[in-house]
Design a binder for this molecule. Structure first.
Ligand code: NAP
Length: 303
C-alpha cells in the first residue's frame, strides 16, 4: 500500500514525490512514456530561479535522482484509470494495480502538433513549442509563430523582444486570443501578421530554413525563410481516463484550483494537467509541493 501514488513523472510529479518522501510517506511515481516531462525537450532552461542555465534533460534527471535518493519508487507503466474503493484508491495500469491512500494526478499536457512534413524531424533544431524556453536562442533572427490563441500572441510578443522579425501565421482572419495583445502587436515594427494561411511544410536540412505556406484565399503557395518556428496551436490534456473519478473542464483539464484539490477527496491534481493560468516549470514544481503536502494531510486523516 502506498501513501501517495503519483501519476506522471514530469516536474510536478517528481516534486510531489520529493515532498512526499521528505514527509515520511511511501510514494510511487508511475510514468508512461519517459521521466522528465515536457522540459526534457528544452535545450536550455534559463528561467528556473536559482539555476542560471541547465539543459532540460539534466534538470529533470537531477529531479528524478533527488526523488529516488529520498526513496521514491518508480514504475514505467501506462495508467488506464483509478478505481475508488472507499478510503483506498487503486491505480490501474495495463499490467498491474497499485493501491494508494491518496493520488496525485500530474499527467501534464501534450502540445498539439501541426502534423506537417519536417515538424518532427526538426524539433529541437528550430521547431519549438515553447517560446519562453527557447526564444533567447533566436536573438537577432527571423522567426515565425503559428497559432491564433493567446499563447501564440504572447509568444509573438515575447519573441519580438529578441528577434529581428516575427511572422505570426494564423489559419483564419481573426485571432482567437486576447484583442489587447493583438493591438500591441500591431504597433510593433518587427511583427508581421500572415493571416488565412497554413503551414504546409517546414524545410531545412539540419535546422529550420523556411516554411512553405498555403494562402487560403488565393490558393497560392509561398516560401518564408525563417530560422525558427514556434508552434502554439493549443495543448491537449490526456485526462479522459480519469473522467469517472474527477471533474474535467470543457477542454479536458482537471478542475482544481491553487490548492490542487479535485472534485474527489484524496485525489489531487498538480501541474499543467489542471485548470490554471500559468503553465511554467516553476508553477509545476509549486503545484507538486502543494499537492504532496495536501496528500500528506489527507492520508494522516485515514490513520
Ligand atoms: P487555443 O486558445 O486553443 O488556440 C489555439 C490556436 O491554434 C487557435 O487560434 C487555433 O485556430 C489554432 N490551431 C489549432 N489547431 C491548428 C492547426 N492544426 N493548424 C493551425 N492552427 C491551429 O490555445 P492556446 O493559445 O494555447 O491557449 C490555451 C488556453 O490557455 C486558452 O484558454 C487561452 O485563453 C489560455 N491562455 C491564457 C493566457 C492568459 O494570459 N490568460 C495565455 C495563454 C493561454 P482557430 O482559432 O482557427 O481555432
Amino acid at each position: 500500500m502506498y501513501d501517495i501514488g503519483i501519476i506522471g513523472g514530469g516536474t510536478a510529479g517528481m516534486t510531489a514525490a520529493i515532498y512526499g518522501q521528505r514527509a515520511g510517506k511511501r510514494t510511487i511515481i508511475i510514468e508512461g512514456s519517459g521521466f522528465g516531462g515536457q522540459i526534457v525537450s528544452s535545450t536550455n532552461v534559463e528561467n528556473y530561479p536559482g539555476i542560471a542555465s541547465v539543459s532540460g534533460s539534466e534538470f529533470s534527471m537531477n529531479l528524478l535522482d533527488q526523488a529516488m535518493k529520498l526513496g521514491a519508487e518508480t514504475e514505467m507503466e501506462q495508467v488506464t484509470g483509478i478505481r475508488d474503493e472507499g478510503p483506498i484508491k487503486v491505480i490501474e495500469t495495463t499490467g498491474k494495480e497499485y493501491p494508494c491512500r491518496s493520488v496525485i494526478l500530474a499527467t501534464g499536457v501534450t502540445h498539439r502538433h501541426l502534423g506537417v512534413p519536417g515538424e518532427e524531424r526538426l524539433t529541437g533544431a528550430g521547431v519549438s513549442y515553447c517560446a519562453t524556453c527557447d526564444g533567447a536562442f533566436f536573438r537577432g533572427k527571423e522567426v515565425a509563430v503559428v497559432g491564433g490563441g493567446s499563447t501564440a500572441l504572447q509568444d509573438a510578443e515575447f519573441l519580438s523582444n529578441y528577434c529581428s522579425k516575427v511572422y505570426l501565421i494564423h489559419r483564419r482572419d481573426e485571432f482567437r486570443g486576447e484583442n489587447s495583445i493583438v493591438k500591441r502587436l500591431e504597433q510593433k515594427e518587427n511583427v508581421e501578421f500572415i493571416l488565412s494561411a497554413t503551414v504546409k511544410e517546414i524545410v531545412g536540412e539540419n535546422a529550420v530554413e523556411a516554411l512553405i505556406l498555403n494562402h487560403k484565399k488565393t490558393g497560392e503557395e509561398s516560401r518564408l525563410p525563417v530560422s525558427g518556428v514556434f508552434i502554439a496551436v493549443g495543448q491537449i490534456p490526456q485526462n479522459d481516463r480519469f473522467a469517472d473519478v474527477v471533474k474535467l473542464d470543457g477542454s479536458g483539464f482537471i478542475l482544481a484550483a491553487e490548492d490542487c484539490m479535485t472534485s474527489h477527496p484524496g485525489i489531487f491534481a498538480a501541474g499543467d494537467c489542471r485548470t490554471k493560468e500559468v503553465r511554467q516549470l516553476t508553477t509545476a514544481a509549486a503545484d507538486g509541493a502543494v499537492a504532496a503536502l495536501a496528500a500528506c494531510k489527507y492520508t494522516d486523516t485515514l490513520i
